[in-house]
Each structure stands twice: as C-alpha cells, then as structure tokens.
Write a protein that binds this ligand. Sequence first.
Ligand code: B12
Ligand code: SF4
Length: 488
Amino acid sequence: MKVALIRTAIVPDKERHLAYGSNISPMATSVALLGACLREKFPEVKISILNENWPPEKIAKRAAKFDLVGFSTTYATHGPSCEIARKINQLNPEVGIIFGGIDAANKGSLILKSHFYINYVCGNQDNPWGENVITTLALSAPENVSNIWLRKHGKVIFTDYNYDLGNLPLWDFGQFKEHDERIQPYLKPAGDWDLPHHSVFSWRGCLKSLRRGRCAFCTSAVDSPNFMPPENFWRQILHLQENEFPGVKMNLYLGDNHTPPGWVRKLAEKMPAGINARFRAYGWLPEIISLNPAQLKGFAQDLHAMGFYNLFYGVESFDREVLSSTNKDFVSVPEMARVITSLFNQGGVRATIAIIVGLPGENEESLKTTLASFRELFALVPNGAIERVYLSHLVVLHGSAIMENMKRNLSLCVDYERLTGKVFATDDDPPVDLLTALHLKYFTGITPAIANVYHDRIVDVSLESGIPRQQIGGFEERHIIDNIFSQL
Ligand code: B12
Ligand code: SF4
C-alpha cells in the first residue's frame, strides 16, 4: 500500500493580504499528523507528502502512482483540489481519493454527489478528525472505516466516530517532499510576522460554542471538547524542537479555537525545562474579561512563562446589533482595553484584533460605530499592545448558519441560479465573491462600495496607529468585487 497526502495550495492572489510578510504556506500540520499516524501503525506503508507548490499536472502525475491519495482542503482550495483529483482519476482510475479538513467535512455528501472521482470524505462538522480514518482506510475495507462519507449501493452514507487525543503519535515534517528547502527560511532569525508559522494544537473544541452557541459565520466549532494530556503537548513541542528546529527559537501558532485561562494554567504547570519556543494563540474576550485583577495577572504570568506573545481576539464588529445577529457577545471598548493593557503590562502579551466587514445586519451606522470604537481602542491601550489587525470581508462558508439562512432565501437562490446556472443548495464550490455580494444584498444595508470605503478606513486607522501594512490582513483582505453586485 502506498499513500500520498497533500494540503492543496491556495491560488496566489496579490490583492489578498494574510497579515504576514510572506504569503507562502508553511508545511501543514494536518497532513504531518496524518502521515505520523500511518507511520506509527503501519511502518511498511509507503507514505509521501507531496509538495503543494508543484504545478497541478505534476502533483496529479506523482499522485497517480499511489494507491490512496488524501487531500487536505479549505474553502479556498476545494476547487483546485477537485481539479487535481479529476486528473489523477483520468491517469489511474484505481487510485482511491479522500478529501478531508473542515471545509470538506461540512459538505461530505455534496462532494460525493458532485464528483464521481472522489471516493471518500472524512468527518462531519462535529468530528472532522482524520487520525483513525486515514489509518483504517489504508488497510481495511471502506465499510469498516468510521467517520467517513462513502457511496454504498448508489447512496451516499456516513459512518460513525470515536477518538481520544491522548493516543496521538509524535509528528514532524520529515515525510514532506522538499522538506529541507521548505524548512530553511525558519532556521534563521525572522521577525514575528515575516513568515506564517507552523501550527500545533493542544485541544479540540470551542467553549464559546458550547456555552453560547456557534458564531453565525463559523464552520469549525467542533462541539465536544477533547484535551490532550499537557505532558503530551510539551513532548510534542520538544520533539519538533529536536527534529525540526535544533538550536532555533521556534515561532509557533497554537491553532486551538481559543486558549482558556484554566487550560493555560494546566499547560504552564507541566511545562518542562528546555523549551525554546514562542507562541501566538487565540483568546476568547468574554471569558477573559470575567477574570478578576489577580486572576488576570496570573493568566498574564502563565502566558509569559510559556512564551505566548500574542492573543488573537475575534472581535469582528463593535456594533451591538451586528454582534447579536452574528451570535457574538458584546464587549465594551474600555473592557477590551483593560484586558489588553493588563496582559501587555503584566505578561508582554500583545493583541491581534479581528474585524469582519459585512456581517448580517451591517449598515453604514454600524460601520461608523466599528471604526470609531476601533480608533478609541487604540487610544486607550499602550503603544505596541496591539500588533496586528486581521481584517476580512465576510466569506460565506459551507456549514455556517449564515450559509443556511441564505439557502432559505428564495429570491437569493433565484439570483444565484441566474448568474451561475447552478442550484445554490447543491453546489459544493460556490464562488466566494458571489456569495459575499448576495449576502450584502439580502442581509445587510450596505453595498460593496460602502464596505470597501470602510475597509480602507480601518486599514488607515491601523496604519496611523503604527501597525505595519504587512501586519494588516485577513481571510479575504481585499476589496469586494463591485461588478458582481451590480448584476444582482
Ligand atoms: C494554523 C492555521 C493556518 C496556518 C497554516 C499553517 C500550516 N501550514 O499548518 C496559516 C496561517 C498559513 C493558514 C492559512 C489559511 N487558512 Co487556516 N487555519 C489554521 C488553524 C488555526 C489551525 C489548523 C491546524 O493546524 N489544525 C491542527 C490540525 C491537526 O487539525 P486540522 O487541520 O483540522 O486537521 C484534522 C482534520 O481536519 C482532518 N483532516 C484535515 N485534512 C485532512 C485530509 C485527509 C485526507 C483526512 C482523512 C483528514 C484530514 O484530520 C486532521 C487530524 O484530525 C485553523 C482553525 C482551526 N482551529 O482548525 C484555520 C483554518 C483551517 N484556516 C482556514 C482558512 C480559510 C485559511 C486560508 C484559506 C485563509 C485565506 N483566506 O487565505 C489560508 C489557506 C492556507 C492553505 N494553503 O490552504 C479556515 C478554513 C475554513 C473553511 N471552512 O474552509 C480555518 C478552519 C479557520 C476558520 N475558523 O475558519 N491557516
Ligand atoms: S468562530 Fe471561533 S469562537 Fe465562534 S463558535 Fe467558531 S470556533 Fe468558536
């Protein structure tokens, strides 16, 4: 058995700013981990992680020589992944092809119904996880594999799931093609935001979603929390240090949906000697503001002790009504400023502020509120406490409540069909710019022109406040395409 894995690359787009000095993706943890799971269970299986930066034809040609090919995708790489998968199938119809990752997990059934050359999709919204899937699929009959979508007697079905994070093997990037070349830029000193970091994780789930429900744009809350034993987390960090970054201070991205203070305490207690790493991570503001000053100080000290230098806050909007229609809690600017200042002064932890333009209910007034509050926030916190702005326009994703609301709007569906010739409800690869425009038309009071003006103003406030341009960016940090909207 020979297995190839690939994390498909996004198509380069000069307009899109990701908030780093480079838009090149580092080697991806999803496929590194899946490769390690295969290696641990079946040392005899030949595993290769293909280089996503090769031309699609080369990827397809190489992949066609394997028995099983696993694609790790996001919404931005679904289309190109399907295209490569189709070519692989043309070259060798015997290859089994599986799609995985949160985007695929949110539309497993649609993918199999739309693309005959894709055989399986891993996971669903609650359990997108692939460790068991890839290992069992590599060596057993698909019907015995849990947590996948597959075709049976002409029907698409889903099998069930169970997994414990305590069982993970140690992983690294050793199975990636052109490994040495790809790791090279990370082996010399670089600024904190020059290169996108390699990611690690310590738990799965989202407490915000459990306690208050999902944010309306979310596709990746994963309801059941599953924590890694803290000792295992640190063992993994030491493993990366010894195998990938010897003698180098690692700059890592803790990809956990957020980092609860109680969990930070547990990680800090178990941190071993000899860790040479810095981390950025996500924070959930409504939880952090509920800490009293002594607890906040303890949180800042724990973060500092572990080398956490930046917390990312999904603020998204400063307007109460927009937040409420997005199912997010309102946090006042002074409260936000208090937390950011205290973590900065007591632990040297800086902040990333995320803002999304064009959420449900957005209008010019709400954008004015966001802009004014954002400016006020900068005025209230010490210089340097905010070091990055993650600005995006709304991207409507499969699996989100926003997408479901849009599917229920008949006029919107008619517009969609008129412009694409496809049925919205069954399209696994809807054009993101069209969805953004349709959402603006039916669920907000703004046009792309207004959204783009406020986008530019938010960039300007950030620049005036001392944030370098390369530290301003986001999911789709670019102007919304106006001409689609004018056809609606
Ligand atoms: C770290 C990270 C990044 C880093 C990537 C660093 C790296 N190369 O590793 C950077 C900053 C570069 C990045 C960039 C982007 N990212 Co990102 N990123 C994340 C983040 C925070 C963690 C991902 C991670 O490493 N998790 C740990 C691994 C082990 O888990 P995993 O990826 O989920 O994989 C597991 C399962 O999903 C499954 N699985 C995954 N792939 C496969 C494949 C197969 C075959 C199988 C069987 C299973 C399987 O098995 C794995 C193990 O259980 C997630 C949010 C999150 N918390 O998940 C967003 C996230 C994945 N990113 C997202 C997006 C959209 C992007 C961008 C497209 C943004 C943009 N517009 O440009 C780019 C695209 C990059 C690309 N090449 O595709 C979205 C995807 C949303 C969606 N529905 O598609 C997420 C979910 C954020 C969000 N909340 O919306 N990202
Ligand atoms: S967007 Fe983030 S905080 Fe909101 S439900 Fe999803 S994972 Fe949780």
